[in-house]
Ligand binder design. Sequence first.
Ligand code: SF4
Length: 512
Amino acid sequence: MHGGGHFTTNEVINLEKNTCPNREDRAGFGIKTYFGKASNLVKESKKGHIEHIERAFEQTGGCVFMFTTLRLYSIRNAVVISHAPVGCSVFGSGYRESMQHLPPFLDRPPQWDLHWMTTNLSDSDIIFGGTGKLADAIKEANRRYSPQAIIITTSCASGIIGDDVEGTVSSIQPEVKAKIVPIHCEGHRSPIVQTGYDAMWHGFLKYLIKKPEKKQEDLVNVLNMFSYTWLDCLEAKRLLRKMGLRANLVPDFAAVEDIEVMSEAVLTASFCPTFGDYVMKGLEQEYGVPYFRTPSPLGFKNTDAWLLKIGELTGRKEEAKKVIEEEHARWAPQVKTLKEAIIKLKGDGSIPSVIGALGQGRMLTHTTFFKELGLDIAASLTLDYDGLFVEELEELIEDVGDFDVCVNTFQGADQTNLVQRKDPDIYLTCPFKGGAYKRGKGIGWIHTLRPMIHPMFSQTFYSGAISFAEMAIRTFKNRSFQKTLLNKTEDAYSEWWYKHPLPYLIFGEVID
Ligand code: SF4
């Protein structure tokens, strides 16, 4: 279904269209299921074809709508309207509440009300159309909050009935001061959730990002997302400030005007290359803003390279070198102690192993970082994989050697099978999903999300590398949680599953 095609190089972003192509079409292919060597993934990608494997079942999964809308809720001075049945929209309220708890002493901006609405499409709207409700919701959002932007996210329901969202927007826009931004993220439009991120950036490029009035020579766009923490954003600001630059962190927690001025920046950098790929290309194409995709600033070596790239591309190479030197002096004693402690963790001279990553962006950078810490790569997990990052994956293999990759959209059964088969000492997983349960001696270790504000939850830059290393050591020392899980919970899977030769079931396979 998603195999075939070729690696796209000279892509043109077409802003005449209402939305972007799906990620699997942009990239030549996109897959959600794979287990094997990273080198084989590169080999198959270069042939321009990766066989798509149909899973027999999925336990969990987020849709394009869900992933996209989560990126939008925290934008200040805006209202997000989910043009959807209320069931699709319901997770929004929980997200909003968790974000309210960021304390003002951590640079929380004073204007912090986040606004989220839904058109609550009903059975009759599905039959007779929902554009009337959408028009009413836009007017109501404008009346209640006087926002600078009203962002509409489309769902399966509004997509399938073919609601004319653009027509509604152009007829209402003259009555509303806020800029209306439709984003086509129908849940069913693509199995690859990165499509939603591309669609979000397409909407911003088409409707919200302004033509530059002037170049802001010290402004650098830094694309960040929910799975990095508030402290990571503060650290990006601190490090760039030391180089005489201002970090324009978008879209999570950005104000509307931060997005509008992205065209005036001198560079676009990112925490995650797959998340930011589309807008980086769009900003370069439309406004000549240069960009670089990798590395992400995860780990010491990657942070050095990230800062140096920014220095090179903004004419501040010497400033970058100075910052790196100062930061190394600050963190070096701690790094040395932590690396020494990690080597001794197992007590028998053997190297601790890790299953890490979570998305293809993290796979490209975490893996280097784990090697840097002195850990052995048992395998790498990724949500999905597409043809946009073949060269980067090849470079990674050259750097750290070949390793097993499991592409699995956070499926708990896959992860449990993989953990059983690889028996890693550390297993990094996602807070949303099951599968953290580990039979045996290893350690489940979740990665953090934006509202977690204790320094131990930092992920990026030197401070994040330190907190990751400390967490690894801490979890080795205290295994109570794993022991309790092991002793107090029933195993959800049979021995048959643990002996299954692949960490997933293929459609049509006989289950005995
Ligand atoms: S109905 Fe569609 S848009 Fe709504 S949550 Fe389900 S997959 Fe996502």
